[in-house]
Design a binder for this molecule. Structure first.
Ligand SMILES: [Zn+2]
Length: 143
């Protein structure tokens, strides 16, 4: 785990009053080792490999606490389950409309998008959800 991230995470836990339990740690580790943005079910299957007795509900609870603290982020696309992500920085994801896969988009900075919207409207911006959809390399040409 990247040192800065780790420090940041400890800080978030301390401020929230939650503790980093073994289950929450296992969920974080499962997220760290997963490419893309896994759903709760996918996280559960990963956690289960090392913790065979873990329950799906426990994983859901851990994910919701981690999200509340701001250690992880989540996204939802239409007709697919909520997906979780260790990257809570502003970033863009692209969603495959065929297989449902999700990938992070490198090299496109959306960091100041909210600031620009706020400058140009009287709104106080709370969050941004951008959905980019297309076909991943594996699905191209199959549709
Ligand atoms: Zn695909």
């Amino acid at each position: 785990m990247v040192e800065k991230t780790h420090h940041d995470m400890k800080d978030k836990f301390r401020r929230s009053g939650y503790t980093l339990t073994a289950q929450r740690r296992a969920v974080l580790e499962a997220l760290e080792g997963t490419q893309g943005h896994p759903s709760a079910e996918e996280v559960y299957l990963r956690v289960k490999k090392n913790n065979p007795r873990v329950a799906l509900g426990t994983v859901y609870q851990a994910l919701s606490v981690l999200e509340e603290i701001g250690v992880i982020g989540s996204k939802r696309w239409a007709e697919s389950p909520t997906r979780y992500d260790l990257n809570t920085e502003h970033h863009l994801d692209v969603h495959c409309c065929s297989c449902g896969g999700v990938a992070e988009v490198p090299g496109v900075d959306i960091g100041d998008l909210e600031a620009r919207v706020q400058e140009n409207t009287p709104y106080e911006i709370k969050s941004t959800r951008l959905v980019i959809e297309g076909y991943c390399p594996g699905c191209q040409g199959k549709a």
